[in-house]
Design a protein around this ligand. Structure first.
Ligand code: 5MM
Length: 347
């Protein structure tokens, strides 16, 4: 696929105020989230949960693309339709997470490196054959006293760039996810320094590997204080810090930035994205969108709780959070109408 076609796909994935919905948790992550709520950790329940999400009425009004995982993209919905086809029929672009998870980075314990480059070209071709139009790969960076090390940042950045180059080689759009984790007591300024260092490395390696900047979507963390930092900062401070770091490190040729939520409560993630679009939409070179998993799924998962008779109420919660993020993407999110609605749905 030409760079122009990849660029067109990127624009389409976030067009009309839409964003990405990640339902790409690996089996282990999905099972941990089910276990926390007492939901059975089975193929059947994982399929039922993903079916509930992708068949949510009207989802295509706010969601432009859905990221599946390897298990789900090979399954059919409960109606017997392959998941990728069901998503496409809902007017949404299907894609797939293609990394194989993280292991300890040799020589840099406890830091992590993401695996999955071996045989990636053939796997991508197989995913394209079952309907994937884009792929996603996550690198993980932890902040603590002496980390991240330069070795960890460089290794993850080069791996992300190699993955992106292979995606573009086979005509899939790469979603590049370098996640600086929220865990820890570090402050906002430290997150900004680390996020900028990571993004600079990612785009330096992308250049070295011949990745076309117009044909990718960046999925970064917001610049946030660590979850144990006493000063949690207000919306405007976070919006300003995040956009400042992106302006310093993300080339203008990149069409879209779609944030991960990283464990932020859904309403807070919406409010922070809204503040960025409200304050900077007219002055930034990329679309500022979302690629949330927990921030869209979690309230609905708690309502569903593994019980099919609650599917409709859970779908209403999915649709609500997605519409909030759609509004945040446009800078028109109203927090005062958000949380009470979620409480009503959960009752
Ligand atoms: C950071 O996680 C990604 C975004 O999810 P949140 O919005 O909840 O932070 C998510 O796409 C993640 O990469 C996938 O769920 C895959 O996770 P695992 O760890 O299971 O491979």
């Amino acid at each position: 696929m030409s760079v122009a076609k990849l660029a067109g796909l990127a624009v389409q994935m976030v067009a009309h105020g839409k964003g990405l919905l990640a339902i790409d948790e690996s089996i282990g992550t999905c099972d941990r989230r089910f276990a926390a709520l007492g939901i059975a950790q089975t193929v059947d329940r994982r399929r039922a949960w993903r079916d509930l999400i992708v068949t949510t009425p009207g989802l295509g009004q706010s969601i432009g693309a859905i990221i599946l995982n390897e298990e789900t993209i090979r399954q059919t919905t409960l109606a017997g339709v392959p998941f990728a086809a069901a998503i496409r029929d809902a007017g949404i672009i299907p894609g797939v997470k293609v990394d194989s998870g993280t292991i300890e980075l040799a020589g840099h314990a406890p830091e992590r490196i993401t695996e999955g480059l071996d045989g990636l070209k053939a796997r991508l071709e197989a995913f394209a054959a079952v309907g994937a139009r884009f792929a996603k790969w996550r690198g993980v960076i932890t902040i603590a006293a002496d980390i991240p090390t330069r070795g960890c940042i460089e290794a993850n950045a080069q791996t992300l760039a190699r993955y992106a180059a292979i995606c573009q080689q086979v005509g899939l759009l790469p979603v590049i996810e370098p996640e600086v984790l929220m865990d820890g007591p570090h402050d906002l300024a430290r997150c900004a320094v680390v996020t900028e260092a990571v993004l600079h490395a990612v785009f330096r390696h992308a250049d070295e590997q011949g990745v076309a900047l117009e044909g990718l979507i960046l999925k970064p963390n917001m610049v946030l204080p660590g979850s144990d930092c006493p000063d949690q900062s207000d919306l405007v401070t976070i919006a300003d810090a995040t956009v400042r770091s992106l302006l310093r490190a993300v080339p203008a040729a990149v069409p879209a930035v779609a944030f991960l939520s990283g464990g932020q409560p859904g309403a807070l993630a919406s409010a922070r994205l809204n503040a960025m679009n409200d304050r900077f939409k007219a002055r930034i070179p990329w679309q500022l969108s979302f690629s949330f998993a927990r921030a869209i799924q979690q309230p609905a998962l708690e309502i569903w709780n593994g019980r099919d008779e609650r599917a409709e109420a859970a779908q209403a919660a999915i649709a609500h959070r997605a519409m909030c993020d759609h509004a945040a993407r446009c800078g028109t999110y109203d927090a005062s109408t958000d949380v009470p609605l979620i409480r009503a749905q959960a009752a």
